[in-house]
Design a protein. Structure first.
Length: 418
């Protein structure tokens, strides 16, 4: 899994990148693959395309460019919202929230193994042009849902809230209004009811959630369920923006684009070439989080590609993982500045060139990981990551992408291209 700032990007950015540029995105950023990215990518199977390409080729091309990123999928926001409302609070610390791994025991050591994710397996299939019928059905359903989405009705429903003397003048005013609603103790009960409906919480959970809210003193939603309140704020902001005319009602895909904002608490950097994201994401960022315009990140990745292309051929043959552990420390690189901001202070410490002894250590570590995967026995006792003696995350990367070899030869498996 890559080191670097945790990054969320949308499909628009990946579409703009060449395979060579995607290599450096995967090398210097830890990518949070949100459910929205998978849904949007899969939906392209039902998209009308021009230029002699097929939808399968377009999706396969996108999947190919993700292959170097070590897919790190975030849990779906609806599942997280339900858990948050039930009292299983979600950590919003700019890290990926993964599903549970397998608790295992190996001798006296206990560990957690995260098998290759279903999302990673799907991307590998898509890269090879293999799609399940259920995936095609999901693509058709998603396209149909967007086609039937009535944003005009949403705008009309919320229009009374944005009219009159206090009419908001811009999106920042809309955000302040939405925050005010969520933090108003007099509206807390009505807001909770709206959240249970809007966020798709299973009906059988409504009563225990409501009882928990009363038992805790009827707090406001950001206190009661912070992540669910964040998601509801995004939805309320979107509806009010439609009503005020700041977001176009005619473009149904705006609803899909705004849903990326649900996952902002789980990244350090958000990058997109979507104009709606450029106008809205910054309003929801907290702390040191950053929005990077996609065209600027693409230009940065191209500069990195040119920088490393100047290395000797024998160095490049060792694979980018062997010579690009961190971004360049010389020159004005955006990626370097982001590493300084999010990865300081340790990453700039000089790293000595890999020796034969180092390579032997790599091979030994690989054997140890393989042994952990093969010999660790399941245990009924749950092992938390913070208490584990070892944690293994299974992921696949290609031998090559574009013009680049990815991993050192001794680190590559013997099966296929991964």
């Amino acid at each position: 899994m890559a080191a670097g700032p945790i990054l969320i990007f949308d499909k628009s950015l990946l579409e703009a990148l060449s395979p060579d540029e995607a290599v450096w995105l995967g090398q210097f950023y830890r990518v949070n693959m949100t459910p929205m990215f998978f849904v949007e990518t899969l939906a392209d199977l039902e998209k009308e395309v021009a230029g002699g390409r097929t939808p399968e080729q377009i999706v396969g091309r996108l999947a190919e460019k993700t292959s170097v990123m070590g897919v790190d999928p975030n849990l779906h926001h609806a599942r997280l919202c339900a858990g948050d409302l039930m009292g299983h609070h979600v950590e919003m610390r700019n890290f990926v929230v993964r599903g549970a791994g397998r608790s295992v025991q190996r001798g006296e050591q206990k560990g957690v193994i995260f098998d290759e994710s279903e999302e990673s397996k799907a991307l590998n299939r898509w890269r090879d042009g293999r799609f399940l019928e259920v995936e095609r059905q999901h693509a058709r359903a998603w396209r149909a849902a967007l086609a039937n989405l009535d944003l005009n009705a949403t705008a009309e429903q919320f229009k009374p809230l944005v009219q009159g003397e206090t009419r908001p003048k811009n999106l920042a005013d809309i955000k302040r209004f939405a925050d005010g609603v969520m933090n108003d103790p007099d509206l807390a009960e009505r807001t909770l009811g709206a959240m249970l409906q809007t966020l798709g919480v299973p009906y059988e959970l409504w009563l225990p959630i409501f009882e928990r809210w009363k038992a805790e003193g009827r707090p406001t939603m950001p206190v009661f369920a912070p992540f669910a309140a964040h998601v509801m704020t995004v939805d309320l902001f979107f509806a009010l923006s439609l009503a005020a005319g700041f977001i176009a009602k005619e473009r149904a895909s705006n609803k899909a684009d705004i849903a990326y904002l649900y996952y902002l608490p789980f990244c350090m950097v958000f990058a997109s070439m979507d104009k709606l994201h450029a106008r809205t994401v910054r309003l929801f960022l907290k702390g040191k989080q950053r929005f990077v315009w996609g065209a600027d990140l693409k230009a940065e990745l191209r500069r990195l590609d040119e920088h490393y292309s100047a290395l000797p051929e024998d160095t490049k043959a060792r694979g980018v993982m062997s010579f690009a552990h961190a971004p360049p420390t010389e020159g004005d690189f955006l990626t370097t500045r982001l590493w300084d901001e999010f990865m300081a202070p340790h990453w700039r410490k000089p790293r000595e060139a890999m020796t034969d002894a180092d390579r032997e250590q790599v091979e030994s570590a690989l054997r140890e990981i393989t042994e952990q995967l093969e010999t660790a026995a399941p245990t009924d006792r749950e092992v938390r990551v913070k208490d584990a003696d070892f944690v293994t995350v299974e992921s696949k990367v290609p031998r090559r992408l574009g013009k680049w070899a990815i991993a050192p030869p001794e680190a590559m498996g013997s099966r296929g291209d991964d």
